[in-house]
Design a protein around this ligand. Structure first.
Ligand code: PMP
Length: 405
């Protein structure tokens, strides 16, 4: 039968136990996801019996590895319904992908007077790369505000966008509030003004079915490690016509057509953007992760996490000292504040009960400023969480309240 998310898949994840073998209530999947044994096995095989370089070897092992590496690209293209494998660039993660687009596309297309539109809730990795390229090109940055309940305000975006805006870069799902962006609507607004839309899908790709064709955006990024795959591998998707006109980001082996000291010509995408020996093992691991996730089904993962979020919000709402942040229908993520207790103290006390949450600014300091806090406590779910994790969280929070009176 088809594996269901929740308790029955726990045994697939060796990371979900403490060092001394107790059940670990891992509620920090938005930071990074635990890995199923299938992914671990795939990487061990790729680093062991199957290991060889890709794209260059004349021996059979390397040819096989090249097939596996390129099969992973096919797998990713299918996972997000890309137009083809030439639209899939393997990067180290979303951070590198956004820097690549900012330096390559931004460097070639932005000039003084141009503007970039971000939102108040962006992760630092969707802010700082734009500041770097804005400084280099003379472009300026504007910030779309949030609605009262913590969504990117698309009405405000429609009112503030101008023909000077060449690119809009927004998170599909906020890593702090779980707010879900209506990407299709945002794409309409951006395109009506003549701008491209980049979507940071780090928190969306593990939680909902992504169809880049249906979303209508121009760039989409996600990191493998949040999608139950290895660290050091991520995906940059862009429309083929856009990638074809982007200059290289890094120079080196594998990205060239012909090199002389007089003039070098470059390979077409995606090779143009993959200089050097790639993350072979990690890419194979990512493909295994996508197989694992698809076997369960993203629709069922989404429904499962939605139910956990509703249950958590309802329980936390019943605690007087707690203020819930973000919209009711947040995806997989619940941030909150507790009166008189610093989030770090909440996190430390919960850790004593084998409950792992994140406390801090979550690499979203402009959002913290907007919320009027310097940190939040954040619970985030993965496909392996269940009711017992929420019960452990609530018990732990009882202890926090008892300790802090
Ligand atoms: N964007 C969002 C919304 C994120 O949650 C994260 C990871 N916390 C990133 C970007 C950066 O991803 P990575 O560190 O894997 O490059």
């Amino acid at each position: 039968g088809i594996p269901l998310p929740g308790r029955n898949v726990r045994a697939d994840f060796p990371g979900l136990v403490t060092a001394d073998g107790r059940l670990w209530h891992y509620l920090d999947t938005a930071a990074t996801a635990q890995k199923p044994q299938a992914v671990i096995d795939a990487t061990v095989r790729a680093m062991g019996a199957d290991y060889a370089t890709v794209h260059r070897g004349v021996y059979a092992r390397s040819a096989d590895m090249t097939l596996a590496y390129e099969a992973a690209r096919v797998r990713v293209a299918r996972f997000i319904n890309a137009g083809g494998t030439d639209e899939i660039v393997f990067v180290r993660g979303a951070t590198e992908g956004i820097n690549l687009i900012a330096q390559s596309w931004g460097g070639a297309n932005l000039k003084p007077g141009d503007r970039i539109l971000l939102s108040q809730l962006e992760h630092h990795s969707n802010i700082v790369p734009w500041q770097l390229i804005a400084e280099r090109t003379g472009a300026a940055i504007d910030v779309v505000p949030l609605t009262e309940d913590g969504r990117i305000d698309l009405d405000a975006m429609a009112a503030m966008i101008t023909p000077a805006h060449k690119l809009v870069a927004l998170a599909h799902v906020s890593n702090v509030l779980g707010s879900v962006l209506d990407v299709q609507h945002a794409a309409h607004i951006a395109h009506d003004a003549g701008a491209l839309l980049l979507v940071d899908g780090c928190q969306a790709a593990p939680r909902m079915k992504i169809d880049v064709a249906a979303l209508g955006c121009d760039f989409y990024l996600f990191s493998g490690h949040k999608l139950y795959g290895p660290t050091g591998i991520g995906v940059l998707w862009a429309r083929a016509a856009i990638l074809a006109n982007m200059p290289p980001y890094h120079g080196g082996g594998a990205m060239i057509d012909k090199v002389t000291f007089r003039r070098t010509t470059y390979a077409p995408p995606p090779a143009r953007f993959e200089a050097g020996t790639p993350a072979i093992v990690e890419t194979i691991g990512l493909a295994a992760a996508l197989d694992y996730v698809d076997a369960i089904g993203l629709d069922r993962i989404a429904a499962h996490e939605d139910a956990l979020v509703r249950r958590t919000r309802d329980a936390l709402r019943g605690i007087n000292s707690i203020r819930l942040l973000g919209p009711e229908d947040s995806a997989g993520i619940v941030s909150f504040e507790m009166a008189g207790v610093h989030p770090h103290d909440i996190g430390t006390i919960l850790d004593e009960s084998d409950v792992a949450i994140r406390a801090g600014h979550h690499c979203a300091q402009p959002l913290m400023t907007q919320l009027g806090v310097d940190a939040t406590a954040r619970v985030s779910f993965g496909l392996y969480n269940d009711e017992s994790d929420i019960e452990a969280l609530l018990k732990g929070l009882d202890r926090v309240r008892a300790l802090f009176g």
